[in-house]
Design a protein around this ligand. Structure first.
Ligand code: ADP
Ligand code: ZN
Ligand code: ZN
Length: 731
């Protein structure tokens, strides 16, 4: 009989310990396989940590250990899910981020291999299930069901995978509003790119390649202004690494940027490139994953989670636009792809290249201290000029007229001139939806999310109110729910309203819109970008998704409709965020032969993040912001750990938070500052009350074990759920 130690699929710190089962079946089973077990009377998937032979009977084992043993129900795999390097990586990540090991495994593996019950249904075979419309009749449907039905009606067909809730789909199927159809799916096929010979490098590019190639350092910060040709440096280094028989991991900050990077790499390294990102279907992900694991490709290009690609013999890991916050995962495990890259590089003795025009303060500070080797590309290829920027003060009434409250006179003037020349415009708005809040003109009642108590956003496209923090949706009411008045006013603005306003001000102009609503529909992001590049529209309106990386040669005007939304949010990074947004957006204008113009509308025209962003002055911003961080004792001068406690019961969460804070002060009060408990920006999420503690410290050694001990004392019985975020970006 075999004795198995397993991790159960439920991702809670309290369950992050081995559970014992026995197995008398015939299937081979080893460490690293998944098995089906019963846990708390329910079937669960578990991940095997160890397998030992035993001569004892179940009764003897139970007698010896004092608890009862169950038998595993089935062995689910025929080979190990992860190689040894990745198995070690699970432990390293779990330790650094205080994350349950099972949550790390779930983050690492493609859907059909995740140790999780739902993964058993994820298809490995290649067919795609679609949801098609049968009827748009909305009677007896709930708002949530209507929201989805409207999406399907608008799109005609969506993938079943994009339906976030099985129960809603089930109801819509039962009520005959939609039907399912299955289509055999061709495996992921990359477009046929023509092979491209390397460009001959400029002196600067060559010097950067040599500096990285010839030194024995492991981490490099490649700081190169926008348009300085960083991609060519990545390609040249990759070629050298592959010539040594090693592999390359190339990360981009978000899926919208993968197609272009995939194209660059495929042109240079035909047939040797794999892609991993969230728009692939489960079957495609499984395929690419297996292909990489079998050693059939030498380069992997992808977004954050591609950092876990099962490449062996890695020689180079590259993070393009390393300053972008999406490299940090915002759910458990809260890992940062840069830190995981450093862990993997250490294992393979590989090099890490972090590229950016405007590095994160952390990376730049590490480069100054000599922890990272600093390599620069200070000039644009062809010495192209940076765009001319104008800051428009929205508080000055001279800048606005009755025609529009969102578009200043000068932005409108510039738009008119640009359109007249047949050139294109990018408009940036930091919020999706139509209006950011709805309230009653008669009684002042504001419509809020019943779960989170924050304002609901009106989405005109489907006529619904949506919460941007939880999944709540409801129909836009015709009358005020408090006083019955029909005068509901929609205030604030998002991408939809800006699009409407543009069409009102410039009748007949063609617009495209891109925000995270667009990502609900597969490949929509790539289609919109492609269509804009082909000049099928004059104006692209979007959230910060469109600010980064894209190269639109015909765009000569970039307008930031409101630059400082970020500055009013409580985060030590808000100035850095605003600066990054502005510099990236301004960098989008005038990439081709024509000179670019950027117009930045703001209520804080003299804030240093705005003025220095507008002038693309990273050096001064870095100096000034570092001085601020030093005064505040924020990163990179200190490290942070955020602990969020949550519970259905407010009293329990408050008393536990105080108890936790007291024990932390007692244990590590001399080496760390413990702030809180405080009430977070969103105090109730999905009906769950939340409190946070923030730890500031300079050395992790005494802090980590203290957190482990304190968490352990909380135990499994607790009604309070803990989420520990190491190096958080939102506190
Ligand atoms: P970055 O990522 O640093 O902003 P890119 O890699 O996008 O810059 O390069 C900017 C432009 O310069 C691209 O159009 C690229 O094709 C071109 N380019 C890069 N290196 C060279 C070179 N050595 N010779 C000619 N053109 C180059
Ligand atoms: Zn009212
Ligand atoms: Zn909500």
């Amino acid at each position: 009989m075999l004795l198995l130690e397993v991790l159960i699929e439920h991702a809670a710190l309290a369950l992050d310990r081995p559970f014992s089962y026995v197995y008398r079946g015939k299937k081979p089973v080893q460490k690293g396989y998944r098995v089906l077990v019963t846990f708390n009377h329910r079937p669960s998937v578990a991940y095997v940590l160890s397998v030992t032979e035993t001569d004892k009977t179940v009764a003897q084992l139970e007698e010896e250990r004092g608890f009862s043993f169950s038998e595993i129900l089935d062995v689910l795999d025929e080979e190990k899910l992860l190689n040894d390097e990745l198995m070690t990586l699970v432990d390293e990540i779990a330790e650094k981020y205080f994350a349950p090991r099972i949550s790390v495994l779930q983050a690492m593996l493609p859907p059909s291999l995740k140790p999780r019950l739902s993964s058993l249904k994820a298809p490995k075979i290649a067919y795609e299930a679609y949801v098609d419309v049968l009827s748009d009749d909305e009677t007896d449907l709930t708002p949530k069901q209507i929201e989805w039905l409207r999406l399907v009606v608008r799109e005609k067909r969506i993938r079943k995978k994009d339906f976030r809730s099985d129960t809603i789909l089930k109801t819509l199927l039962e009520k005959k509003r939609v039907k399912l159809s299955y289509e055999e799916k061709t495996r992921l096929v990359l477009p046929e790119f023509r092979e491209q010979k390397p460009k001959s490098l400029t002196h600067e590019q060559q010097a950067a390649v040599d500096a990285i190639w010839e030194s024995s350092d492991s981490v490099y910060l490649l700081e190169g202004v926008t348009g300085s040709g960083k991609t060519e440096v990545y390609l040249t280094l990759s070629e050298k690494v592959m010539a040594q028989g090693k592999t390359v991991l190339m990360l981009v900050p978000e899926i919208a940027l993968t197609p272009i990077m995939v194209e660059y790499f495929s042109r240079r390294f035909k047939g040797r490139v794999a892609i991993l990102h969230s728009e692939l279907t489960p079957a495609e992900k499984y395929d690419e994953y297996r292909r990489i694991a079998r050693g059939e490709c030498q380069v992997v290009v992808g977004a954050r989670s591609a950092i876990f690609a099962p490449l062996s013999n890695i020689g180079l890991l590259i993070l393009d636009e390393e300053h972008v916050e999406s490299y940090k995962q915002d759910t458990m495990p809260y890992y940062h792809a840069r830190e995981v890259a450093l862990m993997r590089a250490a294992h393979f003795n590989a090099k890490v290249v972090l590229g950016s025009a405007t590095p994160s303060l952390e990376s730049r500070a590490r480069a100054l201290k000599g922890n990272y080797r600093h390599v620069r590309l200070p000039h644009r290829i062809n010495e192209k000029e940076l765009p001319e920027t104008t800051i428009v003060d929205l508080l000055n009434p001279m800048n606005l007229d009755r025609e529009s409250v969102m578009f200043s006179l000068s932005l409108r003037q510039k738009m008119k001139e640009t359109l007249a020349k047949g050139e294109q415009i990018v408009l940036l708005v930091n919020r999706r939806g139509y209006s950011s809040y709805v309230s009653c003109r008669s009684c002042g009642h504001a419509l809020k999310c019943p779960n989170c108590d924050i304002s609901l956003t009106y989405h005109k496209e489907d006529g619904m109110l949506k919460c941007h923090h939880c999944d709540h949706v409801e129909m836009m009411p015709k009358k005020c729910p408090e006083c019955g008045s029909t005068h509901l006013s929609k205030q604030g603005f998002g991408t939809e309203k800006i699009e409407e306003e543009v069409q009102r001000l410039f009748p007949g102009v063609k617009t495209l819109r891109l925000d995270s609503d667009s990502t609900k529909v597969r490949n929509r992001v790539a289609q919109v970008l492609e269509s804009f590049r082909k000049h099928e529209a004059d104006i692209l309106i979007g959230t910060q998704m469109i600010a980064k990386g894209h190269d639109f040669p015909n765009v000569t005007l970039v307008g930031i409709v409101l630059a400082d939304i970020g500055l009013t949010l409580p985060s030590y990074r808000s100035a850095e965020r605003t600066f990054q947004l502005i510099t990236q957006a301004v960098g989008r204008a005038g990439r081709g032969d024509k000179k670019g113009i950027a117009v930045i509308q703001t209520y804080m025209p003299t804030h240093y993040a705005v003025t220095l962003g507008a002038s693309q002055n990273y050096e001064t911003f870095f100096a000034k912001e570092m001085a601020m961080r030093k005064i505040q004792q924020s990163p990179p001068y200190t490290y942070l750990i955020g602990i969020t406690l949550s519970s259905k019961d407010e009293d329990t969460v408050v008393s536990t938070a105080y108890a936790l804070s007291e024990s932390l002060i007692k244990e590590i009060g001399s080496v760390a500052t413990i702030l809180g408990p405080t009430t977070p920006f969103i105090p109730i999420l999905n009906g769950i009350h939340r409190r946070v503690l923030l730890l500031k410290y300079k050395k992790i050694e005494p802090v980590a074990p203290a957190i482990q001990r304190v968490v352990a004392t909380l135990g499994t019985k607790s009604q309070v759920h803990l989420a520990i975020d190491v190096d958080p970006i939102d506190f």
